[in-house]
Ligand binder design. Structure first.
Ligand code: FBP
Length: 346
């Protein structure tokens, strides 16, 4: 029988193993609530909005509370920050002695819940830089490269936990018969050969020009400069998109756009971009804003947003080259000046 998560964690430092076991237990309970669908009485919206002004789903609130309870049970966690909460939480008596901080998005893609489409939980473990004092916001604002561990659980047809403690990526599948996570992929790698990309195409008119160019070239198919037909996917649940990339390769993009110029991108650095970038890099892929590695970003605030482009390395590198191309900073000339896309005469 394949090793359990508990056995796999034996190779990690005991305090870190304790924190991850607590998170995994919370994810197991969220998986049960998700799989019950409307029977759990957790479908529908709450009467309140979260710190981003978004209507909270009942399952968002349930998952947020369940993870907070799990983290409060670990004496190694000094505090945590949740995408659903404006401010970080200090963990009672552990705030002064815990060595870790945890950051999490309790239920990513929650607009999908009632459509019975995969959703997930994302988490990131950081060292508490000022151990011995209760953590404030400043302690959390670390670049993604300093993460000690990151992972996500995807609540799909199967519940899968994908995890990295900084030495590769492993995947565990939840066996509900024995209520245990079993190792099902010891070394997850992002497939290099890919002909798939994922982007919310309804935002096309707002995208930055290098991404316009990349997508246009994919759409041009065999007759275009890539000389290959591409497939497009969009689940509207980042966890599900990244999980697909870990199986089939591809690129996921939520690029810089001018829809809301004050917010460069839709996804949050700390809750979404940094943990996913850590996993993708650990699996041999790449993760950038377009001009910078996502893991190098030092957030100014807990809820800062960032453009995200991640997945198969050669594709991400191509998009980075397009960002570096001065021609892409001019008016988007797709159907005019670029000879490859000149529409047929007549
Ligand atoms: P939530 O955490 O509020 O669910 O939002 C995040 C997210 O669902 C990402 O997972 C996903 O990539 C994106 O929003 C989808 O947004 P869009 O509405 O543009 O499809």
């Amino acid at each position: 029988m394949s090793p359990s998560l508990a056995e796999w964690l034996d190779d990690q430092p005991a305090p870190l193993a304790d924190v991850i076991a607590a998170l995994a237990l919370a994810c197991e309970e969220i998986a049960t609530a998700v799989s019950l669908g409307p029977l759990a009485d957790l479908h529908g919206k709450e009467d309140r909005r979260n710190t981003h002004g978004e209507a909270q789903q009942k399952l968002d609130v349930f998952a947020d509370r369940r993870i907070a309870e799990a983290l409060a049970s670990s004496r190694h966690v000094a505090g945590w920050a949740s995408e659903e909460q404006e401010l970080p939480t200090q963990s009672g008596a552990n705030a002064d002695r815990g060595e870790y901080l945890v950051v999490f998005d309790p239920l990513d893609g929650s607009s999908n819940i009632e459509a019975n489409i995969s959703v997930g939980t994302i988490f990131s473990v950081l060292k508490h830089p000022f151990r011995g004092t209760p953590p404030g916001e400043a302690g959390f604002l670390q670049p993604g490269r300093r993460q000690i561990a990151a992972g996500y659980a995807v609540y799909g047809p199967a519940t899968v936990l994908v995890l990295s403690c900084g030495a590769g990526v492993a995947a565990f599948t939840l066996d509900p018969r024995e209520r245990a996570w079993r190792l099902t992929r010891a070394s997850v790698r992002v497939p290099e050969q890919t002909r798939e990309f994922a982007i919310n195409a309804s935002n096309q008119r707002f995208w930055e020009k290098p991404v316009q160019r990349y997508v246009a070239e994919c759409l041009a198919g065999e007759e275009g400069p890539r000389a290959a037909d591409f497939n497009m996917r969009w689940v509207a649940s980042m966890v599900a998109e990244v999980h697909r990339i870990f199986s089939r390769g591809g690129v996921f993009m939520y690029p810089r756009d001018n829809k809301e110029p004050r917010k460069p991108g839709r996804l949050r650095v700390m809750y979404e971009a940094a943990p996913m970038a850590f996993l993708v890099e650990q699996a041999g892929g790449a993760a950038v804003t377009g001009t910078q590695a996502l893991l190098d970003i030092v957030p100014d605030t807990l809820h800062q947003k960032v453009p995200v482009i991640l997945g198969s390395k050669s594709e991400v590198e191509r998009i980075v080259r397009y960002h570096a191309d001065p021609h892409e900073n001019t008016h988007w000339p797709l159907f005019k000046e670029r000879s490859l896309f000149v529409p047929p005469a007549g």
